[in-house]
Design a protein. Structure first.
Length: 288
């Protein structure tokens, strides 16, 4: 299965435009997943099982997107209401009876609200679990939201996650991805920064070992005047682990005085690791 296409193509010899994983089995019939724990202040965040269907700009591919739309077994919609920062934690724990998770999480940060959302994925050692999820964030005007994704799945499991954000005027979205687990851990991250003075920060840390494969495809499109995106990726690889990284920052028409920062740090601890990245780590297109 071909996944995670880049929006800007590079030369074929880089072998970075997409990734082909052959041992993915996409189930037509998905069992229930009930091992979920939610800790929240319901006066400051509204949580319902009615997330809307996804309509992704990029995503991993159509097959995985359709699986989320038609076969998801968790559909959470979180709407923030608090003016002071509050924390909501969602923990998905895989076990023998809950080994397949197709989750659709929709987060709406209402105007002038502050919140922190933490989503954890944890499984039992030795379990071959499967995760395919989408997390969408709509940061409305003057909202301030921190989203933390923690992947502690084991090295026999598969982890596929699509993240899509929309940032309105004066909104601030801080995204943190802690990516430690999965035989294959594939991430597509897209931010549509449409509002004036909107600010999106993305910090990722990954740790690869044994035969793990990480494929990271980060895309930001800046449309708002004086909008900003900061992307920092840090990680370490050892054994036969591999990491593919693709980054695209696209300055669209109207993004006058928009800015970006990017930083990539890699620690390689064993000579057998393989690293594939686009030239200079990021591709830029400016059309302001």
């Amino acid at each position: 299965m071909i996944l995670n296409e880049t929006p800007v193509r590079t030369a074929k010899n880089f072998a970075i435009n997409n990734i082909n994983i052959e041992d993915i089995k996409v189930l037509d019939k998905v069992p229930e997943f009930n091992n979920i724990t939610i800790t929240a202040d319901t006066e400051k965040v509204d949580i319902k099982q009615d997330a809307s269907k996804i309509n992704l700009t990029y995503g991993l591919n159509e097959v995985l997107a359709n699986q989320i739309n038609f076969h998801s077994n968790q559909n959470l919609k979180l709407t923030t209401k608090g003016k002071e920062n509050n924390e909501t934690q969602i923990e998905f724990k895989f076990d023998m009876e809950n080994n397949t998770l197709i989750d659709n999480i929709e987060i709406v940060a209402e105007k002038n609200t502050k919140s922190t959302i933490i989503v954890k994925y944890i499984d039992e050692e030795g379990l071959q679990a499967y995760h395919n999820g989408a997390i969408r964030v709509n940061a409305k005007e003057n909202s301030n939201i921190d989203v933390i994704i923690v992947n502690f799945m084991n090295n026999k499991s598969s982890n596929f996650i699509t993240i899509e954000n929309t940032l309105e005027q004066n909104s601030k979205l801080n995204f943190c991805i802690v990516d430690f687990g999965g035989k294959n851990s594939i991430t597509n991250y897209y931010s549509n920064i449409i509002g004036k003075n909107a600010n999106n920060a993305l910090n990722t840390i990954y740790l690869g070992k044994e035969n793990q494969l990480f494929d990271l495809n980060y895309i930001a499109e800046l449309r708002g005047e004086k909008s900003n995106v900061d992307i920092e990726v840090q990680g370490a690889l050892k054994d036969n682990s591999k990491k593919h990284f693709k980054g695209t920052i696209d300055f669209k028409k109207g993004c006058k005085k928009a800015t970006r920062k990017r930083k990539r740090i890699l620690y390689v601890t064993f000579k057998y690791c393989k690293i594939f990245s686009t030239s200079n780590a990021f591709m830029f297109r400016r059309r302001c």
